[in-house]
Ligand binder design. Structure first.
Ligand code: CAA
Length: 394
């Protein structure tokens, strides 16, 4: 489907001038360079290198970075509006962009030395270096603090060993920010013994596995990353030794907003397809849009999408105002990613038998939706974070 899908898109006139320009630019870019090819990329699992390169030239990879580091210096809400546009065209392209903007670049901005920012952040902002974030391991998913990748001090540097799992951009990135245990060998001191490292992916001993064969987001690159006696200089350490877990959690507070925006983008495309199909498809001598069973579904889909957006936009404003980021980001992710599963599933239902077929677009959207409730913290973890905050004694 290459034509523009206009239902359920954010009302551009309600945005400020910068937001309008960026949203329109992202929408046009998505319509021309991403949406028409997304189904084929899904089929072939092809990572869209050329599109990512062009997005970099347009500033899509330095959205939250200040101008002094060659970024666009945007506020969180504006960035999320743009990310939703890209996700509306293709959820897989959106996650490459989202991870880069929300996680590794933010960690280097916040905790990097001036020399690290000069060396890494500027090319990341210009889109010349794609970045990844490596936290999870085969045995450390939701319980991220139990990770076992190890860095051992060796002279004026570090030697890293271990394996990271499910790393978005792991095989396509130029640089990875990885959380690695730096406490005494074999010891497990939980979150406090973990440090963050900036790792160039061309370093000897950085081995990216083959791309995972996934249910959805098939053209985004996800793989294991193995560190095999990977030697790093001292200045690869990001921020304070032993602080890496807390840094990763703080970055994920931003990343989870990106996942929520991605979910809104996928859901809005599913809704737009469902509306158009309901108008076109006739049964019992009438368009199925004439039946209340379909109308009620469409209405519920729109309400849920707008509710997710509303929570997300409040969360974005709270983030920039320095409010409680963990609570709002977990709420935004939880609502939007449960919503997108329901909305895409309802879209498949409205398409009926056709919806289940690969020739039609909505089954891909449903497959793409599923992982949003899993990565960057499962929705069970988001509920734990929310409940902890609610039950905190003041
Ligand atoms: N902000 C600041 N600090 C934080 C924080 C936050 N949001 N969350 C935790 N911390 C700090 C705590 O204050 C604590 O510090 P102290 O030791 O100084 O007290 C420390 O980190 C440990 O925190 P907890 O005791 O809360 O740690 P925990 O082991 O109980 O884990 C958890 C908490 C919420 C379950 C956490 O492990 C979690 O979020 N798990 C999910 C992991 C996750 O999101 N993985 C995503 C993988 S990355 C990915 O998917 C990217 C991709 O490529 C798409």
């Amino acid at each position: 489907m290459s034509e523009r899908l206009t239902a359920a898109i954010p009302e551009v006139s309600a945005l400020n001038e910068t937001q309008q320009q960026l949203v329109e630019m992202a929408r046009a870019f998505g319509d021309e360079h991403i949406r028409p090819f997304a189904a084929e990329w899904d089929r072939t699992k092809e990572f869209p290198h050329e599109v990512i390169r062009r997005m970099g030239e347009l500033g899509f990879f330095g959205m939250l970075l200040p101008e002094e580091y060659d970024g666009l210096g945007l506020d969180t809400l504006t960035y999320l509006l743009v990310l939703e546009e890209i996700a509306a065209a293709d959820g897989a392209t959106a996650i490459s962009m989202g991870v880069h903007n929300s996680l590794p670049t933010q960690m280097v901005l916040r905790w990097g030395s001036e020399a690290q920012k000069e060396r890494w952040l500027k090319p990341m902002a210009r889109g010349e270096m794609l970045a990844a974030f490596a936290l999870s391991e085969a045995g450390a998913g939701s319980d991220a603090a139990s990770l076992r990748c190890q860095a051992v001090k060796a002279g004026s540097g570090w030697i890293l060993n271990g394996e990271k799992a499910w790393v978005t951009n792991g095989g396509t990135a130029d640089v990875v920010v990885a959380m690695v245990r730096t406490d005494a060998e074999g010891a497990r001191r939980g979150a406090r013994g973990i440090s963050a490292f900036i790792i160039p992916t061309d370093a000897q001993g950085y081995v990216a596995g083959k791309p995972e064969d996934k249910m959805g987001l098939r053209s985004s690159n996800t793989c294991t990353v193995t560190f095999q006696d990977l030697a790093l200089p001292d200045d690869a350490l990001l921020g304070g030794e032993g602080q890496g877990f807390a840094y990763a959690m703080m970055a994920l507070d931003g990343g989870r907003l990106g996942v929520a925006a991605q979910a809104c983008g996928i859901a809005r495309t599913a809704l737009a397809h469902a509306i158009r199909y309901a108008r076109e498809r006739t049964q019992f001598g009438r368009a199925i849009a004439d039946f209340q069973a379909i109308q009620f579904k469409l209405a519920d889909m729109a309400v849920q999408l707008e509710a997710s957006r509303a929570i997300l936009h409040v969360a974005a404003q709270r983030k920039d105002a320095g409010g409680n980021q963990q609570f709002w980001s977990s709420m935004a992710k939880l609502h939007a990613t449960d919503m997108v599963m329901k909305v895409t599933s309802d879209a498949v239902q409205i398409f009926g038998g056709y919806g289940y077929m690969r020739d039609y677009p909505v089954e891909r959207l449903m497959r793409d939706a599923k992982v949003t409730a899993i990565y960057e913290g499962t929705n069970e973890i988001q509920r734990i974070v929310l409940a902890r905050e609610l039950l905190k004694e003041s």
